[in-house]
Ligand binder design. Structure first.
Ligand SMILES: [Zn+2]
Ligand SMILES: [Zn+2]
Length: 242
């Protein structure tokens, strides 16, 4: 028997003994997402009715592709931002299990979903470098893993793009953004990141990965320092956005 056959038999046996579960409920997944049909139907995947710059979804499909108010007032430092789905119900509970419940297997499956999706105007294969939004070392110690790195690793693996999780560093332990308003988030995050070695990003097209895009203040600050280190482009891909 070939090694690949042994692997398939072993995998088949594992699936039989421990059938994979939907990431949100206990049912068996179907189709090509790690969710069961019922749960998958409750996820709002983001289509092409969005702001071409920051990717905020518009309610109606097929509307004209105009910039949103925020991007007109303050053009973001990234070229574009896209997300897999809206941060609500099923996707939100899966992210919570991953991030706060420490279920890294859920994170791997979510990363695979991000990697296999096609995005409006964002062609993952065209990037030179994948960089996850870093956590401050003190937070990393508390959580035990960086959720953005787990997602980024799956995308980098699928597209065979180098993954760099050391060049961009979080130098300031910032309080959680969750309870802050947009303006306070921006002030809170200013100067929180640094590029360790400029040479690593200079002239490169960088794809920045994070779990959730809320006001975008975190990814904007990361994009700003990467562009200042002379990256040729920074695009953003997140799992979900509010
Ligand atoms: Zn389910
Ligand atoms: Zn926008």
């Amino acid at each position: 028997m070939m090694i690949s056959e042994v692997y398939h038999v072993a995998q088949g046996l594992t699936d039989l003994l421990f059938p994979p579960r939907c990431l949100a409920c206990e049912n068996t997944p179907g189709g090509d997402t790690p969710f069961c049909h019922e749960c998958a139907s409750r996820i709002t995947f983001i289509g092409d009715a969005l702001c071409p710059s920051c990717g905020i979804p518009y309610g109606t499909a097929g509307g004209d592709r105009h910039l949103c108010g925020d991007c007109i007032i303050a053009p973001p430092p990234f070229s574009l931002a896209r997300a897999l789905g809206v941060y609500e119900s099923i996707l939100m509970s899966a992210i919570h299990r991953f991030k706060y419940g420490g279920k890294t297997a859920v994170g791997n499956a979510l990363g695979d979903s991000m990697a296999s999706r096609e995005y409006d105007s964002l062609h993952v294969a065209g990037y030179d470098l994948i960089i996850p939004v870093p956590l401050h070392p003190s937070k990393l110690r508390r959580r035990g893993f960086n959720q953005a790195l787990i997602l980024a690793r799956r995308i980098a693996k699928k597209y065979r793009i180098p993954l760099d999780f050391t060049t961009l560093r979080r130098t300031k332990p910032t309080p959680a953004q969750v309870k802050l308003s947009g303006d306070d988030r921006r002030k809170n995050i200013r100067g929180a990141f640094a590029v360790e070695t400029k040479r690593a990003v200079e002239g490169r097209r960088v794809l920045l990965i994070d779990d959730v895009y809320t006001t975008g203040s975190t990814v904007k600050e990361c994009a700003r320092v990467l562009m200042r280190a002379r990256a040729s482009e920074v695009a953003v891909l997140t799992l979900a956005r509010t």
